[in-house]
Design a protein around this ligand. Structure first.
Ligand code: AMP
Length: 301
């Protein structure tokens, strides 16, 4: 595995079918599952590591976002990454970008409403990574459901020849979705945070039992969050996977998305509902059997 700082060096180090996993580093098993998914599907496995300032709002956690390049490099070795592309700010944005990518409508709902400019920053950096690294295939997590929908749309709209794989959410044994931001949680917050996934799983149970009304489905998620001390729900919404439009009933592939503040930390989670022959099936994600040793619940940093 080599670490390279420039687009040119990353391209020069790539041969054959190229797979890309974009990340902001501080890796956990969620990131590793994306890498493991792509490993057998490509010749060169590339991971980008860049904390993208464009996608952070002025009051968000850019400065304190956790970073540990050395540890990340060792973890990428363990899953067979060939090249880590770790550009500095000058390589990524030699000048303040005059060009940006804005994916209309999809980016203005849910988190887009609450984090103005966030998805424009995400779409712009992903477009740059696709243009600069020219991957044949790229993997993104379902953890960021709206982001995944936006990336699929920007790839279709701008005719990038990159195939997209959406990967299941990796969860702690108790259900908490892994996130680099879990490292901010103290012990009490870590315990409270499980309310997000608990509500989502209750909603998934209701769907399995035949519930299709979005308000009723959302109520399971909201109820679990609202009844947990230390959790301040922001929203629970059932949205279509393709357009990210709010649904009144579950009648197409969808995801139930939640956002909440747990102490000062904002967390998101979701469960996807995919179609199968019998109707809808919930993607409840993948549970670790033992607690993640990679930062989650590490007592705050
Ligand atoms: P980030 O470093 O947070 O930008 O995430 C990089 C990629 O990892 C994105 O495609 C995320 O959706 C994905 N990801 C983050 N957390 C998880 C998780 N718990 N399970 C699966 N994928 C994840």
């Amino acid at each position: 595995m080599i670490v390279v700082p420039t687009f040119a060096a990353a391209r020069e180090s790539s041969a054959g079918r190229v797979g890309l996993v974009p990340t902001m580093g501080f890796l956990h098993e969620g990131h590793l599952s994306l890498l493991e998914t792509l490993r057998p599907q490509c010749d060169t496995l590339l991971m980008s590591l860049f904390v993208n300032p464009l996608q952070f709002g002025p009051t968000e956690d850019l400065a304190r976002y956790p970073r540990d390049l050395e540890r990340d490099a060792a973890l990428t070795e363990s899953v067979g990454v060939d090249v880590v592309f770790a550009p500095d700010l000058d390589e990524m944005y030699p000048e303040p970008p005059a060009t940006s990518v804005s994916v209309a409508d999809l980016a203005f709902r849910l988190d887009g409403e609450r984090r103005p400019g966030h998805f424009k920053g995400v779409a712009t950096v992903v477009a740059k990574l696709l243009a600069g690294l020219q991957p044949d295939i790229a993997a993104f997590g379902r953890k960021d459901a709206q982001q995944l929908a936006i990336i699929r749309r920007l790839i279709a709209d701008l005719s990038f020849p990159t195939a997209v794989v959406g990967c299941p959410i990796v969860r702690e044994a108790d259900g908490l979705a892994l996130s680099s931001r879990n490292a901010y949680l103290n012990e009490a917050e870590r315990e409270a945070a499980v309310a997000l996934s608990r509500g989502l799983m209750a909603a998934a149970d209701a769907v399995a039992g035949g519930e299709r009304d979005s308000r009723a489905i959302e109520a399971f998620a909201l109820g679990a969050m609202a009844s947990t001390v230390g959790v301040e729900p922001e929203y629970a919404e059932l949205a279509s996977q393709h357009e990210v439009s709010r649904l009144t009933e579950l009648d197409r592939p969808a995801f139930l998305a939640v956002a909440a503040k747990v102490g000062p930390t904002r967390l998101i989670d979701n469960v996807h509902f995919d179609r199968d022959e019998a109707g809808f099936v919930a993607d409840r994600g993948i549970r670790l059997t033992a607690p993640s040793v990679l930062y989650a619940g590490s007592g705050g940093i």
